[in-house]
Design a protein around this ligand. Structure first.
Ligand code: ADP
Ligand code: MG
Length: 261
């Protein structure tokens, strides 16, 4: 895999121990009332690894992402990030959560803040970065995702693709160990999907650890080390993108792929 040979990216501090487990998900179960939405989920994501999660609607992909970041509680099992359990609440949770960037389908930018302020806010408030330093880093990140010329605008003045790229820059501003993306291109007009995927592919090549829920097979083929296929709350298959797309093992994966490919 050629991307493993690349050097340390400017925006991450993670490559030093690349290959070691970063996210360990051990026998996780989650119910919503009667509904068993995560069933004995076990998987490990290594530093620098890019994992694409795919599966039918309602299979538990978003719940898994949210559980990793403690936006959702779990009933049993454990999830650790860099060896640390995320506590249920409190200052310690805020500290550990800052290690995990999250990009959602709806861009979730602060609508009353400028693009630049969206990116500097958390580093100033949570990481106590001096304003000038936060601004300099934010401008570098906005440059990297190709929207530096929009820094002074309000989010509503940007296209959906530009807003999502700002959301990615905002998550990078916290120097996360891991970025979770839940269908980051699903809300975009078709002509804007590639500009966001290109940024994601760039991050993957630079060695960012990523868990990405997406049905964009082009992204999976180009960037993923591994595909996790979920159905009915279970991880049904785990394989390289090549193997998964050309030779899915389970009926559920075959059926799913026949509908989306
Ligand atoms: P996916 O992201 O794969 O589409 P989700 O994780 O969003 O799936 O949802 C998995 C299942 O859990 C679905 O049946 C969904 O309706 C249900 N679910 C999700 N969130 C909640 C909630 N807050 N309360 C009750 N049921 C929920
Ligand atoms: Mg979802």
């Amino acid at each position: 895999n050629p991307k493993k040979a690349r050097l340390e990216p400017a925006t991450s501090n993670i490559a030093v121990r690349r290959g070691e487990p970063l996210v360990v998900i051990d026998n996780v179960n989650k119910h919503f009332g009667e509904l068993h939405v995560l069933k004995n989920i076990n998987t490990t994501v290594a530093r620098g690894e890019v994992v694409v999660v795919i599966g039918p609607s309602g299979s538990g992909k978003s719940t898994l992402c949210r559980a990793i970041n403690r936006l959702e509680t779990i009933d049993s099992g454990s999830i650790t990030i860099d060896g640390e359990h995320l506590p249920e609440e409190g200052a310690e949770l805020a500290r550990l959560r800052a290690d995990v960037g999250m990009v959602f389908q709806s861009f979730n930018l602060f609508s009353h803040k400028t693009v630049l302020e969206n990116v500097t806010l958390a580093p100033i408030k949570v990481k106590k970065l001096p304003k000038a330093q936060a601004k300099q880093k934010a401008m570098e990140l906005l440059e990297r995702v190709g929207v530096a010329n929009q820094a002074g605008k309000m989010p509503a003045q940007l296209s959906g693709g530009q807003q999502q790229r700002v959301a990615i820059a905002r998550s990078l501003a916290m120097s996360p160990k891991l970025i979770l993306m839940d269908e980051p291109t699903s809300a975009l007009d078709p002509e804007m999907i590639n500009e966001v995927l290109d940024v994601m592919i760039g991050l993957a090549k630079d060695g960012m650890t990523m868990i990405v829920v997406t049905h964009e097979m082009g992204f999976a083929r180009k960037a993923a080390d591994r595909v996790l296929f979920m159905a009915d709350g279970e991880i049904v298959e785990e394989a390289t993108p090549e193997n998964f797309f050309s030779n899915p093992q389970s009926h559920r994966a075959q059926d799913f792929l026949s509908k989306i490919l």
